[in-house]
Design a protein around this ligand. Structure first.
Ligand code: HSE
Length: 293
């Protein structure tokens, strides 16, 4: 038996939607799976890290762990991995790989997992649901982790938006970028930060993209603490604004930045920005609406 698993890249936070909002992007991690007796993994993309033994491979480990959760042994297979998602750049490569492992076990062991279970397992691995939820469902997804650790979510309707991403030639570990965040906010700043996030999402939903972009750039949860780590943080925002980007923020924990732009204008904006940024990959992307397939 042969099958494929495809999972999109994702961009978390959208500014103030820290650890809550995210969107799926049209760059993909793909697994071509052939069932066989023994385990074998091959990489077909220069964006993937090297590995020596399949036992050490993240996707294998997650698949095994998922099978064990359901008291199943993981059958053998050959997995060819292809990827268009750069690592440690803030584009959700680890969430996509976690979902790949979960779905691989789901299919190989016939677990019949629901979307809610995949979301729960992926969130356990990642520690926050934003990348996992958007890569799983596609589109823009807003989540909240409630007191009993259950993840509630809503996929918001398709919007007339494209994005441009600015991927620098450096890696940044999420863990490093999370260590910079304060462990407490005063009630006053928490209230303001939450109001900014609410208004950002409400303006997106009501089609007021200018106000949404302004609120994206007013985040108080993480951007102020991470700005110094992100190359060209201020100049990218300023330059993108000149060419009509609604808002430009850190993608996930960085170092990639992302502009939300009017539908159809991504290519023009990416051309302008490419000329301003050396050592960057600047790409106009679409919001992927399919999620895990
Ligand atoms: N919400 C997460 C963060 C996304 O900003 O740290 C990165 O994994």
């Amino acid at each position: 038996k042969q099958f494929d698993i495809t999972i999109p890249a994702s961009s978390a936070n959208m500014g103030p939607g820290f650890d809550s909002a995210g969107l799926a992007l049209n760059r993909f991690l793909t697994l071509h799976v052939t069932e066989q007796d023994n385990w074998e993994i091959e990489h077909h993309s220069h964006l993937l890290p090297s590995f020596t033994n399949y036992h050490d491979h993240f996707i294998y480990q997650i698949a095994k762990q998922t099978a064990q959760r359901h008291q199943k042994a993981l059958p053998g297979c050959k997995v060819i991995v292809d990827s268009g998602i750069p690592l440690a750049r803030g584009l959700g490569s680890s969430a996509s790989a976690a979902l790949a492992g979960i779905e691989l076990a789901n299919q190989l062991c016939g677990l019949g997992l629901t979307s809610e279970q995949k979301l729960e397992y992926g969130t356990d691995i990642e520690g926050h649901p934003d990348n996992v939820a958007s890569a799983l469902f596609g589109g823009i997804v807003v989540t909240a982790t409630t007191q009993n650790n259950k993840v509630e979510y809503v996929q918001i309707p398709t919007l007339d938006l494209d994005v441009v991403v600015y991927i620098p030639n450096v890696e940044l570990k999420t863990e490093t970028a999370r260590q910079l965040l304060p462990s407490n906010l005063t009630r006053k700043s928490a209230t303001t930060a939450s109001a900014i996030s609410n208004l950002m999402l409400a303006s997106l939903l009501s089609g007021n993209f200018h106000l949404a972009g302004k609120m994206m750039e007013s985040d108080l949860f993480h951007e102020p603490y991470r700005a110094d780590l992100i190359p060209n943080y201020h100049s990218i925002k300023q330059e993108a604004k000149k060419v009509n980007a609604y808002g430009t923020v850190i993608s996930g924990a960085g170092p990639t930045m992302i502009s939300f732009v009017p539908k159809g204008e991504g290519t023009m904006i990416s051309k302008h920005m490419t000329a301003k940024l050396s050592d960057y990959e600047v790409v106009a992307l679409k919001i992927d609406q399919n999620g895990l397939q």
